[in-house]
Design a protein around this ligand. Structure first.
Ligand SMILES: C[S@@+](CC[C@H](N)C(=O)[O-])C[C@H]1O[C@@H](n2cnc3c(N)ncnc32)[C@H](O)[C@@H]1O
Length: 258
């Protein structure tokens, strides 16, 4: 279905024809991004050949659901509204895990200078020339830095940012050498990341917003987030920090390795 029709039918079935802030955003998407370009991505990634190859290889493709743009963008719009994204217009935002470009698209709508961070992906099958995330980020003209966030490694991204975001974040886990279950980061890894962000990547006045998959937050991390975050919605697994974060206290909270 063409992107514009997907949007119209979503608005109609969700029954929020009068919620004009979201409608305005959807109108921006429809008028800025042509159906034709989106259809090309749909045709390639949802082709019978590609789907057959994915099934034959028993390859999960969790990102295909993101082609349902209105549904996913609606949830990002709610987060952007809660964050008052418009107050970051003309300011730099770093988004950890850009994924299918939906939050980047919203940030562009609010005239933020957006940089997404993501890992390098290869095409899933020979029937596609690029990974879906790469195609969506190009189509929506969302800027990214390709880099993997690693425990105890500085991000070293050029520039400083007024806001750091991370939505549906899952970077904070280790892949075990044997076994399939990923192991979540402990507090020292988090303390290193927060220190690096506050010291090297953020402007003197800053905000950070983390929405982290619950599976990737373990007890010791939760206890420290309770202690240091400005806000922590434990039910939704969302926490925020700003420039009042006491980085020295964060450093002291990590036991010294002898
Ligand atoms: C569940 S997706 C969420 C994408 C996007 N934030 C959203 O809400 O639509 C998680 C994203 O984080 C990225 N990611 C996972 N581990 C990462 C790492 N170590 N470094 C950088 N990005 C990572 C994934 O490639 C993916 O784009």
């Amino acid at each position: 279905m063409p992107l514009s029709e997907m949007i119209d039918s979503y608005c109609e079935s969700a029954g929020f024809a009068t919620r004009h802030k979201l409608r305005d955003f959807f109108d921006f998407v429809k008028s800025t991004y042509p159906d034709k370009g989106y259809s090309k991505i749909q045709r390639e990634h949802l082709s019978a050949k590609n789907v057959a190859l994915l099934i034959a290889a028993k390859m999960a493709s969790p990102e295909h659901k993101y082609l349902d743009l209105p549904y996913w963008v609606h949830s990002k719009f709610n987060i952007g509204s809660a964050l008052l994204l418009e107050k970051y217009a003309e300011q730099d935002i770093l988004d950890l895990g850009a994924g299918p470009a939906h939050f980047g698209l919203l940030a562009k709508y609010f005239r933020c200078r957006y940089t997404g961070l993501d890992v390098r992906y290869s095409p899933r099958t020979p029937a596609t020339s690029r990974h879906l995330y790469d195609d969506l980020c190009s189509f929506f003209e969302v800027d990214r830095v390709i880099k993997m966030i690693m425990p105890f490694e500085r991000l070293a991204i050029p520039g400083r940012f007024r806001l750091v975001t991370c939505l549906m974040g899952n970077f904070c886990s280790y892949k075990p050498v044997n076994g399939t279950q990923r192991k979540p980061w402990d507090w020292p890894e988090w303390a290193f990341l927060l220190d690096d962000l506050a010291t090297n990547q953020l402007t003197p006045e800053y905000d950070m917003y983390f929405q982290i998959s619950r599976d990737y937050l373990q007890g010791n991390v939760i206890a420290n987030v309770r202690k240091f975050a400005k806000t922590f919605d434990e039910e939704r697994s969302v926490f925020t920090f700003d420039q009042t974060l006491d980085i020295d206290a964060v450093r002291r909270s990590v036991p010294e390795v002898r």
